[in-house]
Ligand binder design. Structure first.
Ligand code: SF4
Ligand code: SF4
Length: 149
């Protein structure tokens, strides 16, 4: 299979964000069928003084080769994908991700991450999120905000 050259990643427009967190709730629906957002969301919106920052996977794929059982792959559409049927829940990718965007789940053994599904984009009433297509080779330093730092 020819390797994908592009991928859709999330772009954030902080000036449009009102902190309503509809995006987080939509994302936790996708991953956990829950409206909780927060720790069950792959995207996090963090207050930063008078503005907001987005924290989410940039689909760069630095983790792809480090999974000991090969559960991480780049799909045809370019997104970095965790195969739940292969993952053994070692959490190595959670510790490895340099921007902390692979998230540990408190209800399943396997971690979870953004799959560029666009549910958060559709949920935002202010159009503060957008999915944009980028060349995978150009994703270098799109580091948003490492949680806990
Ligand atoms: S938690 Fe799963 S996907 Fe992540 S490194 Fe371990 S086995 Fe691989
Ligand atoms: S694109 Fe989908 S998986 Fe990614 S943060 Fe938005 S709702 Fe979650």
């Amino acid at each position: 299979m020819e390797k994908p050259k592009t991928v859709k990643i999330l772009k954030f427009h902080p000036e449009r964000c009102d902190g309503g967190l509809g995006c987080e709730k939509a994302c936790s629906q996708v991953h956990f069928k829950s409206d909780e957002g927060g720790d069950k969301s792959a995207i996090r919106i963090i207050k930063d003084g008078t503005t907001f920052k987005m924290h989410v996977c940039d689909q760069r794929g630095l983790c792809l080769d480090m999974c000991p059982v090969g559960a991480l792959e780049r799909r045809k559409n370019g997104t970095v994908w965790l195969d739940k049927n292969i993952c053994i829940g070692c959490q190595a990718c959670v510790g490895f991700c340099p921007i902390g965007a692979m998230r540990k789940s408190d209800v399943r053994i396997e971690p979870f991450k953004c799959i560029s599904c666009g549910a958060c984009v559709r949920a935002c009433p202010n159009n503060a999120l957008e999915l944009v297509e980028v060349k995978i080779e150009d994703i270098k330093e799109i580091v948003y905000h490492k949680q806990g730092v």
